[in-house]
Each structure stands twice: as structure tokens, then as C-alpha cells.
Design a protein around this ligand. Structure first.
Ligand SMILES: *Cc1c(COP(=O)(O)O)cnc(C)c1O
Length: 369
């Protein structure tokens, strides 16, 4: 069993993917070829945002968004410590200060109720993460942001295709950033990402920053980066987009199998009724995580931990937090365990995983008694 089965996905879309790649090889426009604008148009339409700007990775999407918002040294950006490192990394790369606010235990996402207490005159933006594929409570976060004149950047690297109160992830706030890293729900075959906004001025700024701050050829209106997404990677995403809706449904179907089979055995990171998840990860809370992980490994079932050390406790980031802060994130980091997940995970495999989980837990209980 694979943790994420990219091979079955490729085989299911093989002709389309090969064809799309061949087209790029034939026309030879490897940088900013026609597939780039085609993909941006389709992704913008999918999310409902007015603009989509493809970029070289999800990390670069965050950096470019923060640059376009004018985030600079001395500014504070409120974010979650329970995420992939890139979320806070983008903030510190611009010389700004990350302010870590704890998460909710039930969703593992930024706790909107705790944000306001951390707003200061230096606060400029909030970066919630739609962890494991499920958006945070974006209306509540946007409300705090509006009261204080802050921008909200959704780190939607794991949640492209998810919804919150009927609206699509990436189009839930000032800016949405996603990633096409191969193992994300909508992945390419290398690095790639995209930024979404309905703000025309921000969109222009982000388009220019993506290409060295260039407004016209060799006219550099602002400081930028080399942040374009390759035409070839855009072609791969275009091919995969054809089956994406179906794949999201299959992910949700696989999650429903797990929900059923694991009920009564373990707590899972649940999906709230007002949103949908694309299940970038299906994550359970395991009190004896290391033992469970070993038992599953022995049964041939790969698992992963997202994330074993929260960002506010990472060596390079700890000085931005005080000891004992963000206790919920710290506690979750010892319990979370992600199970194999993907659109091609069938009922039989879900059964195999759930049976192994149940057997391991029964054994722990037996030994403890
Ligand atoms: C993957 C990920 C990123 C970074 O995306 P890359 O494309 O790998 O740079 C940022 N934030 C979160 C939450 C992620 O999961």
C-alpha cells in the first residue's frame, strides 16, 4: 500500500498527461507558454476568484503575496504554529515577525477566538492554514481582520477544491495561496503553486513581482523574484484538472469509509458541517502514536506525522514564542497520525487499515490491563 498513490492517478490520466506534455515539447514555449494563461483562467473560474497567478511553488506564492501587501521588517503577521514550516518561513523571509496563535483541537486550524488578543498596532496580516484540506473558520477570521484593517492570506496549499459555507478555498479572503507539489490534492510533477485574489491592484503587483518586479520588458517597477511556474508543470495540472472533481469525491468517499470503520476506536480530525475537506491528509488522534505507527508499519501500512514539532518549537523559530505558548498545537503534535489517503484508496484498503488500527489498539489495551 502507498501512503499517497500517485502511480494509479498517472495511469488513470496517462494519455491526457502525455498529450499535454507532448504539446509543450512541440511548441517549445517552456516559459510563460500558452498553458500558463489557460491554467490561470481555468483555476480562477473554478474558485470564483477574479485573478489567478501561477507561481513556482506554494512557498513562493506566500512570499509574493506578502511582498505585494507590502509586509516589511517590524510588521507582525498572525499565523498558526501547526503547519508546514513554509507558512511562517515566508513571514520571516520578509523580515516580519510571526505571531503564533493556538489552534482549535477539533480542526487543528487557527482558533479565530484567540486572534484579537494578539493584535497590536504593528499587526498587518493574518495567515490561517486550511490544514489537512479543511478551511479554518474564515468568516470569523475575516471579521477580526476587517475590524483591524488587516489582510487575510489563506494558506490553501492543502485545500484546493475544498469549500467553506459554499465558497471555494483560495477565494475566501484577501488572497489565497495554493501548492501543486506532487503529493497535494492537485499536484504537478515538480514544484508549482498559484495565488488567487479578486483585488485588481494586488493581482497586478503579484504578476509583476513574479517576474522580477517587471511591468514592461526591462522596466522594473518594484522589487520582485524569479517566481514563474514552468509551462510543462502547468500542462500537467491542466491534464489532471479534467478528473479533479471526481478525485475530490473519491477522497471524500475514502474518508467516509474511514469515518465509519474507525468510529469507536479513535478520534479523527473531523470535518465541520459548514465546510468540506479535500482530505490532503486523513488524520487521527492517537494517544500512543509511536506504538500505533510501529504496529501499522509492521502490518505494511505506511503512515506519516503532520507535524511532529509545531513551528513555534522549532529551533530557528522558538525565539518568536514564549515557553508554554500554544498548548493545543503542542499537544496535537504528539497525537496526530495521517493514514494512507487518496482518490484511488478503495474500500478494501480502508478496511485493511482500519482492521490493523483496531488490532493494534486492542493489543495495547490488553497489555495495559
Ligand atoms: C506544502 C505546503 C506549503 C508549501 O508548498 P510548496 O509548493 O512545497 O512550496 C505551504 N504551506 C502548507 C500548509 C503546505 O502544506
Amino acid at each position: 500500500m502507498d501512503f499517497i498513490d500517485l502511480k494509479s492517478q498517472y495511469l488513470a490520466s496517462r494519455e491526457l498527461i502525455n498529450q499535454r506534455i507532448q504539446t509543450v515539447l512541440d511548441h517549445g514555449q517552456y516559459i510563460m507558454g500558452p498553458e500558463v494563461a489557460e491554467l490561470e483562467g481555468k483555476l480562477a473560474a473554478y474558485t470564483g476568484a477574479r485573478h489567478c497567478i501561477t507561481v513556482s511553488s506554494g512557498t513562493e506564492a506566500l512570499v509574493i503575496a506578502l511582498m505585494a501587501l507590502g509586509i516589511k521588517p517590524g510588521d507582525e503577521v498572525i499565523t498558526t504554529p501547526f503547519s508546514f514550516i513554509a507558512t511562517a518561513e515566508a513571514v520571516v523571509l520578509l523580515g516580519a515577525t510571526p505571531v503564533f496563535v493556538d489552534v482549535e483541537a477539533r480542526t487543528c486550524n487557527l482558533d479565530a477566538r484567540q486572534i484579537e488578543a494578539h493584535v497590536t498596532p504593528r499587526t498587518r496580516a493574518i495567515i490561517p492554514v486550511s490544514l489537512y484540506g479543511q478551511p479554518a473558520d474564515m468568516d470569523a477570521i475575516n471579521e477580526v481582520a476587517e475590524r483591524h484593517g488587516l489582510a487575510v492570506i489563506e494558506d490553501a496549499a492543502q485545500s484546493f477544491g475544498a469549500t467553506y459555507r459554499g465558497r471555494k478555498s483560495c477565494n475566501l479572503s484577501t488572497v489565497g495561496c495554493t501548492s501543486f507539489f506532487p503529493s497535494k490534492p492537485l499536484g504537478c510533477y515538480g514544484d508549482g503553486g498559484a495565488i488567487f485574489t479578486s483585488d485588481d491592484e494586488l493581482a497586478t503587483a503579484m504578476r509583476e513581482i513574479r517576474v522580477h518586479g517587471q511591468s514592461r520588458r526591462y522596466v522594473h517597477t518594484r522589487i520582485g523574484v524569479g517566481g514563474r511556474m514552468d509551462t510543462l508543470q502547468c500542462a500537467v495540472v491542466l491534464a489532471k484538472l479534467e478528473r479533479f472533481e471526481w478525485e475530490v469525491e473519491q477522497r471524500q468517499r475514502a474518508a467516509a469509509y474511514y469515518d465509519d470503520l474507525l468510529a469507536g476506536h479513535l478520534d479523527v480530525v473531523g470535518c465541520q458541517p459548514d465546510r468540506t475537506s479535500v482530505y490532503a491528509q486523513y488524520t487521527v488522534l492517537a494517544p500512543q502514536r509511536e506504538r500505533l505507527q510501529e504496529a501499522l508499519h509492521a502490518a505494511g501500512i505506511p503512515t506519516a506525522v503532520h507535524y511532529p514539532v509545531p513551528i513555534h518549537q522549532q529551533p530557528a523559530y522558538a525565539h518568536w514564542s514564549s515557553p508554554g505558548s500554544c498548548p493545543v498545537a503542542s499537544s496535537l503534535s504528539h497525537q496526530v497520525l495521517s493514514l494512507p489517503m487518496g482518490p484511488y484508496l478503495d474500500r478494501q484498503s480502508a478496511h485493511q487499515v482500519a482492521d490493523a488500527v483496531a488490532a493494534a489498539l486492542a493489543q495495547f489495551d490488553g497489555k495495559a490491563a
